[in-house]
Design a protein around this ligand. Structure first.
Ligand code: PHE
Length: 340
């Protein structure tokens, strides 16, 4: 018995730990209700009288030693875990999630929609996959027109009647078929053409086309509307120029140029020293188109226009490679963060 008590005392003196669980286990082993000390006190009464004095002293020493050891170790362990917590730097900035930004094509599209909605135009949308009627025939394209060729148009499967729309004029046919004049609508959307991808051309891009039909709408109305658009988007000093052109669905037809916003019309390498930049096609809606869509061309007239959104973005942001608009390079898109 005496030997066991001495061994426990030695063990207690040697015991070291920083682990609270381990310290508690040690406490239970020595000081617990079913612990060694309890057992030794029970055994005390059977110890030979000659040993009682020494044995009693060792038991008391063991009790004292074990208690103070356990308390000291617990306190140290608690202090240490407290200090570990203090290593967390609460002033460190949190990892911020990167916020997205609007795509430049969306920024320009929204800006153009905003300009025309001030003039009472409403947005209309239609399917990307179109039939021949809405994309070509109703718009007065002759049967042999080159745009109907495989070289220019993506057909869907082997059916020559179904293609990816080549312009959003197809949406305007749908609006005319389903609504009575007056009609004021703009149609933004993606369009597809069978072109090799380069800095200057892409197999898909975005358009906004506009249509205004009412009694007595004239070419002069179109000019004023487009001048208002150009001044709002490119600045108050912008001038416009209309050059005669040809589209199957408008007569007369024109291409519209705006004065170069980089050199203010003096001539620079962006406008190739002409002072002007081409931005859209336009014209008076051909009476055949109105009749194809169920509108009486003797009572009503109208004008239409269409532009590429990438083209406007190129000019506003001076970004010349068209491919950048669909590659979704974060470094490119990040530059438009401040815009809305
Ligand atoms: N639809 C023509 C195009 O895609 C643009 C246009 C629209 C021209 C309306 C004239 C009138 O090129």
């Amino acid at each position: 018995m005496l030997k066991l008590a001495k061994a426990l005392l030695e063990e207690t003196e040697k015991f070291q730990s920083h682990d609270l669980k381990e310290i508690e286990q040690f406490r239970l082993k020595i000081l617990g209700n079913k612990g060694e000390l309890k057992k030794l006190f029970v055994a005390f009464k059977d110890v030979d009288v000659s040993e009682k004095k020494e044995f009693g002293a060792i038991l008391n020493q063991l009790k004292k030693e074990a208690l103070s050891k356990v308390n000291a170790l617990k306190e140290a362990a608690q202090k240490q875990s407290h200090q570990e917590n203090e290593h967390i730097d609460l002033t460190r900035p949190v990892n911020q999630d990167r916020l997205g930004s609007r795509h430049p094509i969306s920024i320009i599209r929204n800006e153009i929609i905003e300009v025309f909605s001030r003039l009472g135009y409403q947005v209309s949308e239609g399917p990307d996959i179109e039939d021949d009627w809405h994309n070509f025939t109703a718009l007065n394209f002759p049967p042999e027109h080159p745009a109907r060729d495989m070289q220019d148009t993506f057909f869907v499967g082997k059916n020559p009647d179904i293609a990816l729309r080549t312009h959003t004029s197809s949406v305007q046919v749908r609006v005319m078929e389903n609504n009575d004049p007056p009609i004021r609508t703009i149609s933004p959307g993606r369009v597809y053409r069978n072109e090799a991808i380069s800095a200057r051309a892409h197999c898909f891009f975005h358009q906004i086309e506009g249509l205004y039909i009412d009694k007595g709408v004239s070419f002069a109305d179109m000019k004023q509307t487009l001048l208002f658009f150009a001044k709002t988007v490119f600045g108050e000093h912008t001038k416009i120029r209309l050059r005669p052109s040809y589209f199957p669905f408008t007569e007369p037809s024109a291409e519209m140029d705006v004065s170069c916003s980089i050199c203010s019309g003096d001539g620079c390498n962006v406008c190739k020293y002409t002072g002007y930049l081409e931005i859209m096609g336009c014209g008076m809606v051909d009476p055949n188109v109105l009749e194809n869509c169920g509108i009486d061309s003797k009572t009503y007239s109208g004008f239409a226009f269409g532009m590429g959104i990438e083209r406007i973005a190129q000019l506003k942001y001076n970004v010349n490679d068209l491919r950048l608009y669909s590659e979704n390079d974060i470094n490119f898109l990040d530059q438009f963060r401040a815009e809305f």
